[in-house]
Design a protein. Structure first.
Length: 298
């Protein structure tokens, strides 16, 4: 491997370690606050922190046009599904083992491929069909229908993954005319009042260390995707997605060590099937679509 390529790969690994740490901290923060602070309230605080950060970033650039958009309708659609996806993900964190939530989340790119074919007129190729079939098989391996009553929480997380996929397809359309910073700013701006409205129905004042976890969730929600974007600028997307898979064993260890969760090897096997399906459907390399991935689950 040439020295330059090796250097870029090392940088990609370092950025992915940042993304992995951020995703895991966000999940741990959600688990720590589960049952203490309502999910809608967490989403509200997440939007507040994100809005402040994005406002400061855009303001520091001096480009006020980034605060506006001529496609506010599509932004609205994107954020309805994104908000629903976030809600399902946070609820799932409180109900399922952390590893299972992350494993089911890996179905997102497969749903995205299917939705893009249906609504963006993308070609439904044989590779995409194989990709989706491998993803469905991976879900069956993880959820194991017929062995026992399927936990409804698994369907909540799958529903969240589908909502994230619809949001990502909307993002793919928006990214042709909008800056990623605009999409992220409007995401926080539009979701903030929704989170506030539902939070007021059952508001609980955070105390003590709860504020720390809320801050961690708000910051890592942005840092995770920033790190992933930087990783994609240094390595091919397929390499980054493969490294992203290591979130699963890491969060499994966290679940076993800190929350006494059991770990089933079928999670790894099912997730490998989904990873294989995701990789078989990828043609994009390097930084072509890096900005899109940055806002995929932000």
């Amino acid at each position: 491997m040439p020295l330059g390529a090796a250097s870029l790969l090392i940088k990609s690994v370092i950025w992915m370690l940042g993304a992995l740490t951020s995703f895991c901290l966000m999940a741990v923060g959600a688990r720590e606050l589960s049952g203490q602070i309502g999910t809608f309230q967490l989403l509200f605080f997440r939007s507040v922190i994100g809005l402040v950060v994005m406002f400061l970033v855009i303001a520091s650039m001096g480009n006020m046009k980034l605060f506006r958009s001529s496609r506010i309708g599509l932004h609205g659609v994107r954020n309805i599904f994104h908000f629903a996806g976030q809600y399902g993900w946070f609820v799932g964190i409180g109900l399922l083992p952390l590893a299972e939530v992350f494993a089911l989340e890996f179905t997102g790119p497969l749903w995205t491929a299917l939705i893009a074919c249906l609504f963006l007129n993308e070609k439904f190729t044989a590779k995409k069909l194989i990709s989706i079939m491998l993803g469905v098989l991976g879900v069956i391996v993880i959820v194991q229908p017929g062995i026992e009553i399927i936990n409804y929480a698994s369907f909540i997380v799958l529903g969240a993954a589908i909502c994230f996929s619809i949001a990502y397809v909307s993002t793919k359309s928006l990214s042709s005319t909008e800056s990623p910073l605009t999409i992220l700013f409007l995401m926080c701006l539009l979701q903030l009042p929704v989170g506030l409205y539902f939070s007021l129905l059952n508001w609980q004042n955070p105390v003590g260390i709860q504020w720390l976890w809320i801050t961690i969730i708000g910051i890592t929600a942005l840092s995770a995707h920033y790190c992933m974007t930087k990783a994609m600028q240094c390595a091919e997307v397929t390499t980054v997605v493969t490294m992203d898979f290591f979130r699963l064993p890491v969060i499994a260890v966290v679940g076993v060590a800190f929350y006494s969760e059991s770990f089933n090897i079928t999670l790894i096997f099912g997730s490998l099937l989904m990873l294989l399906g995701n990789l078989s459907n990828m043609y994009v390399s390097k930084n072509k679509n890096a900005s899109k991935h940055f806002i995929k689950r932000a």
